[in-house]
Design a protein around this ligand. Sequence first.
Ligand code: GRF
Length: 206
Amino acid sequence: MKVAILISGTGTNMEAVIRAWQQGKLPGVEDIPIVLSDTPDAPGLEKARRLGVATAVVARRPKEPRESHEERLLGALAPHGAGLLVLAGFMRVLSPFFLSRFPGRVINIHPSLLPAFPGIDAQKQAYDHGVKITGCTVHFVDETLDGGPILLQRAVERKDEDTAEDLRLRILKEEHELLSEAIAIVSEGRSSIVNRYVKVERSHEN
Ligand code: GRF
């Protein structure tokens, strides 16, 4: 399966996925043909290029309707034949129009244990709320904000001495592993969804 990665920012999750694939840890992934950004100066673009992966930028023009921007995103993806889209810090909610073109084939990484703390700055929301346990989630994307069926989650403990930044970084480290694990599952066809519950078959290697 070919996998396209969509980013808006730093791209550390994207980098972790590309490295895992280049190290042969994602055997279901035949190629990562494109990293697509909606943000022209996303630092992740340079990281992708250094790793030898092609990049494209499709920024939303001032006052451009969402559907028109999404048509251009789809146009940029079309030549690459991706079977899976991975949102790795991609800061847009995709419409049903866009998602109908990739049904069940878009996943997102989110830095909290959903459904707690959807939206932006999830780590800080959890920190400010005073939670003892937070974490990260990879979920299938639907038209709701961070609301699609949950594929994988990993818990991260908040320690007494943590600053918000300490906690963010500890979650990010787990995200990097979790996202590659999720891509392995989807690319090897090891997940199925019944009533929102995503069942995952264990890999033969485990
Ligand atoms: C991550 O925390 C991810 O969960 C969230 O946005 C952040 C992106 O970080 N959706 P990076 O660009 O992968 O470094």
